[in-house]
Design a protein around this ligand. Sequence first.
Ligand code: TXA
Ligand code: MG
Length: 317
Amino acid sequence: MIGTDIRLAAEHLNAGETVGIPTETVYGLAANAFNEAAVVSIFRIKNRPFFDPLILHVRDIEQAKKLVKSFPDKALKLAEAFWPGPLTFLLHKTDVVPDIVTSGSDLVAVRVPSHPMTLALLQEVDFPIAAPSANPFGYISPTLAEHVDKQLGKEVSYILDGGACSIGLESTIINCSTEPYTIARLGGLPKHQIEQVLGEPVAMHLNQNSNPSAPGQLDKHYSPLSKFILSDNLEDTINRHLHEKIVVLNFGDTLVNDSIYQLNLSKRGDLEEAARNLFHFMRLLDQLNADVIIAQSLPEYGLGLAINDRLRRAASK
Ligand code: TXA
Ligand code: MG
């Protein structure tokens, strides 16, 4: 069932059930993080391997502090600047965090989301909410309640409808257990904004297959069912696939023959608009049963870096 009843969503969570929740980044598949059986059902519903840990959502810094051994001053400075918002911290966990949440790691991922309904929900319950993106494992993340309903509607007790996600890309993950801090996942908060607040550079160590110490973020992820190609030169790539049924994910003022079905992430070349449209458009194109989806790569700065990361993983074999 889809609705806007925050009380009802809280009741389901209190009963150990799962609920779809809106955040500013993507929709989450939520459960009581302290209820191990409820957390297990998240993995089951998503068909997610147990080695891929979950993010904990909390209402404020005070609640986050209870989950971690220490919240270093530098991390605190970032939390004060960007929470509520699309930044997730990896910090050393305390024993209150069940091992199943972190897949046995000493680090826990924690963030305060900025969607008003989910912030209100976090006020209603007295536990952190564990929530991965609410999509079947490996598929495109959901940015509308309808996306969650279509794929997981039969499995979750309730979906809290908060409209379209205002950012549309998952949170940026920063590992604060290293010096310098390292970005483990590019996301809705660009790296340069983090560096501006810290006054020092952060490193990049993106989670991937070849980096098993930082699980999740498999090379192949965000994957449509249709064949997906990322292109630096749309015209060239299209010409090589003319004998196939092509659809195009376009960006900016790149001209593509208008006999080819295409969606443009942002005609005016706005990266924030592109991020908001990305997953919805990928889903729409995936429903057309094309032989191949060809996506234009975006400029490599700001949110363009995170968007290209998602497109690259979608195109990964
Ligand atoms: O924006 C977001 O972060 C969304 C919304 C719902 O908050 N959540 C989200 O969760 O994207 P998920 O599960 O789809 O992605 C979480 C990523 C995974 O790549 C996971 O491996 C990583 O965070 N992660 C979580 N806990 C971790 C940990 N303890 N150590 C290393 N990586 C961790
Ligand atoms: Mg995900």
